[in-house]
Design a binder for this molecule. Sequence first.
Ligand SMILES: *Cc1c(COP(=O)(O)O)cnc(C)c1O
Length: 423
Amino acid sequence: MPNYKSGLEFALEQDKLDPLRKYREQFHIPKNKTGEDLIYLCGNSLGLQPKSTKEYINQELEDWANLGVEGHTEAKNPWLPYHEFLTESMAKLVGAKPLEVVVMNTLTANLHFMMVSFYKPTPKRYKILIEADAFPSDKYAVESQLRHHGYDDKEGLILWKAREGEELANYDDLEAILKAHGDEIALVMIGGVNYYTGQYFDLKRIADLGHSYGCMVGFDCAHGAGNVQLNLHESGADFAVWCTYKYLNSGPGSLSGCFVHEKHAHDKTLNRFTGWWSHNKQTRFNMRHEFDVLPGAEGWQLSNPPILSMAAIKASLDIFNEVGIEALTKKSRLLTGYFEFLISSLNNQDIKIITPLEDSQRGCQLSIQVKNADKTLHNKLTEAGVISDWREPDVIRCAPVPLYNSFEDVYNMVEKLKVCLND
Ligand SMILES: *Cc1c(COP(=O)(O)O)cnc(C)c1O
């Protein structure tokens, strides 16, 4: 562990040494009523707006105004292949090959489309395994898939639960579940970084384990993309999905990323829902052709995509490309480690960090469990200018995002937390 020190001086010193410090200025930081920066620790929920986003979107608005339909081919960034401008950066960011990645649709929609292809229940093997505190949308999605195929959504859902009195899921328990039920499970679908605890799972370990029992394995990386170094290709997962409005700063409700492993790239027999955008680019506009599916993740697209939203994603990915996930991870570990150090130094029995303490098992989020589920602490923090979020039943989630949060932010947050706890 680095040699962290208490006191504002240390924070200011670290900010001075931070090679990424200039990026904070490239984002709009929300302000309080008197015009001071709020302490924004909610990038895990909605990432901040890069100042460049407006230009990227304006470019498309202008081309639309000036060119109308010709913009499909004549825009500065032609709209027909626009999604391709995102593929390489996105693939790099999530540790995948360009063939394996596409930006399309929204997250829960993609999760469903992936399950159309990779949840293939049979009378003997139809169950779905998820982590017990999976994000509600994911749980609803898999339950509805079970019902869609005629199965009972309670009986068909297997939960990987933390042990009594513990918060984090344990791999031994996952192994035990698979040992007992592996041959009944069609799909293992886990949140790559759990949204509640911040636990970053070992994707390869889970994928290998699931595959060894003949299950398909998918990950929802909504809390992983842009936060941790995902190695999706290496993990061997069959598919993954994530959104771009959390750590990827692409604006509320923006599009989703989707990964389909190379091993499925040329499998034309996989069942899937299709549209004209999954069809061969050369003959797409002949309009009367037999369907001819594109290889790779692109073959799961349906519609011509919303360019304005993609422009925001491009603005963000250009920043990530410049910084690199390695440099971000390095700062992230220092910054989150510092946050953990300061909270632990408070020695307060009313709060407890439930996120794993090992760097390799978490991203930048720390989930602070509050004794007696006392939400007033969160409310007081908000009043004091700290933007974090409260998740039922008893957790305050805070994410010092390495791209735009500073050591000073973290220091100030904990100072305010101290005041609120003693209030
Ligand atoms: C944020 C998030 C969602 C939200 O899904 P949308 O379809 O984008 O509304 C779903 N699942 C997980 C794990 C998330 O973190």
